[in-house]
Design a protein around this ligand. Structure first.
Ligand SMILES: O=P(O)(O)OC[C@H]1O[C@H](O)[C@H](O)[C@@H](O)[C@@H]1O
Length: 514
């Protein structure tokens, strides 16, 4: 790759301390000419002006308005953004000033965020990246795993009475979040505290959670709108309430995103990092996701960025049908962790093994805020980190492994907002280029329905147990259900003290009794 090609491939946004280098993707100069760029630019405009761009759910796609309410297509929608923003800032200021306090009159010291998917990943990323000096130490319940909940409750310990909980669910009906909330309630009550007096809801108006928050005397409720998808909700009340409580400058966070939005909505391929990122993905995977994206931030505080992008990209782009109903099985697989840590784990395969990926390096130019010691005569830890990034990038390219390098000066609310906005925009553009709806998630429902079927069967199996040991086959015959499904119910009951297992040599020979 020549110096000239590097200069031609890089896009720099000095106002954001940002650059993106696609030179090591080897994209032919005429590649963009073969893409439906006009359709992509027109599609983004339709999204931002409030067309129903999520046709399957009949919804607008409004996350771009969250950082610039002036873009919202009506005064009412604008007020739906600015009103809650002002309210949440006032609320956070009162909590941090000790004007809103715990039931026992003490200042809140901890925050417990209860949510899953888009209602957890954004707050987790923001806290990890920016929350080092948070006045509220933050914990998460992001699952229905009772052991995980116990571990977190143990970590909070006697601080629970000074813990503010946020129950976050757009739909207000997600089972894992409901369960985790009830587990939290039980933990507060075991500590002699009233759950409602320590808790805030963030949810859609009129949802089950909204009703529950009123019935249980929650401190406050912040609304979430149906035109914001879970995976793009970090700049709605979902991400901003916890961030403001953590003392993070949310105005800067929103401004970084607004600035990136402005720079990536221009109809000029050469200057638009969002469309270029989407085009790079398209070229790498032949427009069909044939290559996975490995995300490698060389900065510990961005370790969750790969996990965050995993939901943003895979839930948005992983679709069976295109907008015309054709079966396309689109998507881009995303995984990653951080550098240089991963060089001592899976980078061996990236360099030498199966060639099914491209890398997105995230470079943070400043090593640390302040002076560094020398770890060798001439070098600091930051020099090493930079050396490993540059070295890995080069070593991969030498074995024909492509990469994108995105650089920011440092991890700040502004640069994190800009990074998130860049990937949101690239996802929108890519979806337009391959003609899919990036804003629904029909596949998620199948797993939820099957989980419901399991629970129905679990009840039936539990009731079929008797003092006489029976095999799965016998119980399945009585119930008229699938033997293996019945067996998994029996195993679960036995593992959780609700059935007695007489272990045989094979699952068929296992028998179960009450
Ligand atoms: O915020 P909630 O309604 O509880 O949804 C939480 C998450 O679960 C759903 O199943 C979706 O797949 C996610 O996109 C969503 O972010």
């Amino acid at each position: 790759m020549s110096w000239t090609e590097y200069n031609q491939s890089i896009i720099r946004y000095p106002e954001l301390g940002f650059s993106i280098d696609t030179s090591l993707m080897d994209i032919p100069a005429d590649y963009a000419a073969g893409l439906e760029l006009d359709k992509a630019f027109a599609g983004i405009k339709a999204i931002e002006k409030g067309d129903i761009c999520n046709p399957d759910e009949g919804r607008m796609v409004g996350h771009y308005w969250l950082r610039n309410a002036e873009l919202a297509p009506t005064a009412e929608l604008k007020a739906d953004i600015t009103g809650p923003l002002a309210d949440l800032k006032a609320f956070a200021a009162k909590v941090l000033a000790g004007e809103i306090v715990a039931e026992n009159g003490e200042k809140f010291e901890n925050l417990l965020v209860i949510g899953i998917g888009g209602s957890a990943l954004g707050p987790q990323l923001v806290y990890d990246a920016l929350g080092a000096k948070s006045p509220l130490k933050t914990f998460f319940f992001d699952n229905t795993d009772p052991a995980g909940i116990d571990t977190t409750v143990a970590k909070i310990g006697c601080g629970l009475s000074k813990t503010l909980s946020l129950v976050v669910s757009k739909s207000g009906g997600t089972a894992e979040t409901r369960n985790a909330m009830l587990e939290a309630k039980a933990a507060y009550e075991a500590a002699g505290c009233d759950f409602g007096k320590h808790t805030v809801a963030i949810t859609g108006i009129g949802s089950k959670l909204d009703d529950y928050s009123k019935a249980n005397g929650f401190i406050a409720m912040f609304p979430m709108d149906d035109w914001v998808g879970g995976r793009t909700s970090v700049m709605s009340t979902v991400g901003l309430v916890p961030a403001a409580l953590q003392g993070i400058d949310i105005d800067e966070f929103l401004q970084g995103a607004a600035d990136m939005d402005a720079l990536t909505r221009v109809d000029d391929f050469a200057k638009n990092a969002g469309i270029q990122l989407a085009a790079a993905w398209h070229h790498a995977g032949n427009g069909k996701g044939e290559k996975d994206m490995v995300v490698l931030p060389y900065k510990d505080s961005l370790v969750l960025f790969s996990k965050y992008l995993q939901q943003l990209v895979m839930e948005s782009l992983g679709k069976e049908l295109d907008l015309d109903g054709n079966v396309v099985h689109q998507g881009i697989a995303v995984y990653g962790n951080k550098g240089s840590t991963d060089q001592h784990a899976y980078v061996q395969q990236l360099r030498d093994g199966v060639h099914n990926f491209f890398v997105t390096f995230i470079e943070v130019r400043e090593g640390r805020d302040g002076q560094s010691i020398k770890v060798e005569d001439d070098f600091t830890s930051a020099d090493y980190l930079q050396g490993f990034l540059r070295g890995t990038r080069k070593a991969l390219y030498q074995s024909d492994r492509k990469s994108i390098t995105i650089s920011i000066d440092k991890v700040t609310p502004r640069s994190l907002g800009a990074l998130i906005a860049l990937f949101e925009r690239a996802v929108s553009y890519y979806a337009l280029l391959v003609n899919i709806n990036a804003y629904h998630q029909p596949g998620v429902e199948a797993g939820k329905k099957a989980a419901g079927d399991f629970l129905t069967l679990l009840n039936k199996v539990r009731e079929s147990l008797s003092a006489d040991a029976q095999s799965a086959e016998q119980i399945a015959a009585t119930l008229g259900d699938d033997i293996e499904d019945v067996y998994h119910c029996l195993s679960h009951l036995a593992a959780n003290g609700q059935a007695k297992l007489n272990a045989g040599a094979t699952p068929a020979e296992d028998s179960f009794a009450v």
